[in-house]
Write a protein that binds this ligand. Structure first.
Ligand code: HEC
Length: 119
């Protein structure tokens, strides 16, 4: 019995450690700056409610990573062809503009959103 619980504890500890280490805080702080520089904060809050666009708290759990990269780097084409984006546009009525964000920049912003969503 003792041996069995020991065997169960190891993977559990590993899982917990992986979850906590998940956030790259350096990347997230780069994302925090970009969120302002690229004007995202004019239309979005993270946990303070809806503005022109949706509150982005928890969006990293709600959407797939690839979808987020696409939505942040080329919202204009997403709003034309992606079903989720199209239904958001119906709800919010304003098309999110293309802010000329690179994939690398989008990754940093997503890390920031992830960090803020866990608070
Ligand atoms: C002019 C306002 C505006 C700006 C600036 C803007 N967005 Fe948006 N965003 C929206 C709107 C409105 C939507 C909902 C879809 C639509 O109507 O286009 C949206 C949707 C999103 C979504 C999907 C949300 C969900 O619930 O799935 C993400 C993620 C997002 N924006 C991130 C960003 C990021 C990151 C930036 C900065 C690079 C940014 N937005 C800049 C208005 C804006």
């Amino acid at each position: 019995m003792k041996r069995l619980s020991f065997l169960l504890v190891i993977p559990m500890v590993m899982l917990l450690a992986a979850g906590k280490k998940g956030i790259d805080s350096k990347l997230a702080s780069k994302g925090k700056k970009l969120f302002v520089q690229k004007g995202c904060n004019a239309c979005h809050t993270i946990g303070k409610g809806r503005l022109v666009g949706p509150d982005l708290k928890g969006v990293t759990k709600k959407r797939k990573y690839k979808w987020l990269i696409a939505m942040i780097t080329r919202p204009d084409s997403m709003l034309k062809y992606d079903e989720i984006a199209k239904s958001l546009l119906k709800e919010y009525g304003t098309p999110m503009p293309n802010q000329k964000v690179s994939v690398e920049e989008a990754k940093a912003i997503i890390e920031y959103l992830r960090q803020e969503s866990e608070k």
